[in-house]
Design a protein around this ligand. Sequence first.
Ligand code: ADP
Length: 453
Amino acid sequence: MFKKILIANRSEIAVRVIRAARELGIKTVAVYSEADRESRHVAMADESVCIGPGPSKLSYLDQEAVLSAAKITGADAIHPGYGFLSENADFSELCAKRGFTFIGPPPAASRKLGFKSTGKAVATVANVPVVPGTEGDITTDVSKEVAAIGYPVLIKASAGGGGKGMRIVRTPAELKPQLEAAATEAKAAFGDGSVFIEKLLERPRHVEIQIIADNHGNVVAFPERDCTVQRRHQKLVEESPSPALTPEIRRDMQAAAIRLAKAANYQNVGTVEFLFQDGKFYFIEVNARLQVEHPVTEAVAGVDLMELMIRVAAGEKLPFGQERASEIRCHAIEHRINAEDPDNNFMPCPGRIESIELPGGAGVRVDTHVYAGYTIPSYYDSMIAKLIISAGDRPTALRRSLRALGELKIVGVKTTAGMHAKVVAHPVFMSGDFDTHFIEKTGLLDAKEPSNV
Ligand code: ADP
């Protein structure tokens, strides 16, 4: 087992890694930017190293700075968290070259699955259904191919993420100009202008399968997470089990995720994302890292994914098989609480937290790095806490969510907590019968911003 893990991240996920490492008797090193001196992860870690100024490019994304910090502190492994360097195969390769274990998938597997288009190619070979679309990235005139797929279609950036770089095309006349615009946008946002086209599903749910694979050929898939409640393709609420899945579909989805992982020689944790419509599921992409919403699975399956990913990275075998991984022990819901102003188009709302009261009690878990007196820096994403609610069944979980959201009191910055309460109390959400357009259709956020989808 590792002796010392360096965490190449910040915020609640850095705190999460420190907690798991401490339980395993492993020392931790926090790295931080000048803007994050006061962050809780810095105070909690056994050691800390400042790696640069506030902007991520000059600190959390500076590979040499992270690796130097690992070297001078004598760390033997690096945990990338999510975002930043977590899906950068060049970085994980560099870690190995310098003698550090990267706690995540091997570079070859993340290269295969990291791009949406190549991931789809692997899925097709593994006999996993994909959303119909162009084969690979677009290099020639595809108007005939797109006509055969059938309008409306969606242009996607292969390197895309965070819901960025997607454009709907409803008519053949829009195809060429939209493709050009999308490629330019993708190049600017991701440094890679590759795009491809997919059929636009009109009423999908987003359902994903968490997997974990050890280095001995064992892979298991957990019960699904339903992340259908989104705003601008960004997840807001995640729950498990999905109110829309039958046990048969769950089993098929898990089997598909395992086939895909095996086809890519995948190791460590990953998430296989699907769209689900009219009783059928279609692969969209793999997230080759631990995701924000992993605690939903931890609650439902009664496992510690962070501990497991550290153990398998250290070469241990998975301690259980598929039967255990399939167990559904409760209903769980996660609320992402962002420091954003709901009355001003959800603009990020950095600033000082004057006071904070966190909810508690049975079935309430809070993952956060903030505290009273903490100033949220403006450089990073606006998520300040995750509430993970669990209960015996969905109606009880929803009531508990409302209770916990009501207990959460933050003074100093505006947050999305009230919006979550509106979602949970909405009769359509309660019914369980909704799609990815739930937020717009219900007018819950009274969104006035232009949306392309
Ligand atoms: P990103 O990596 O940017 O998050 P994804 O491919 O994971 O992009 O898709 C994000 C969301 O966009 C999905 O959860 C879904 O709501 C929507 N979406 C993606 N592909 C399609 C599609 N073919 N049809 C309809 N909606 C889609």
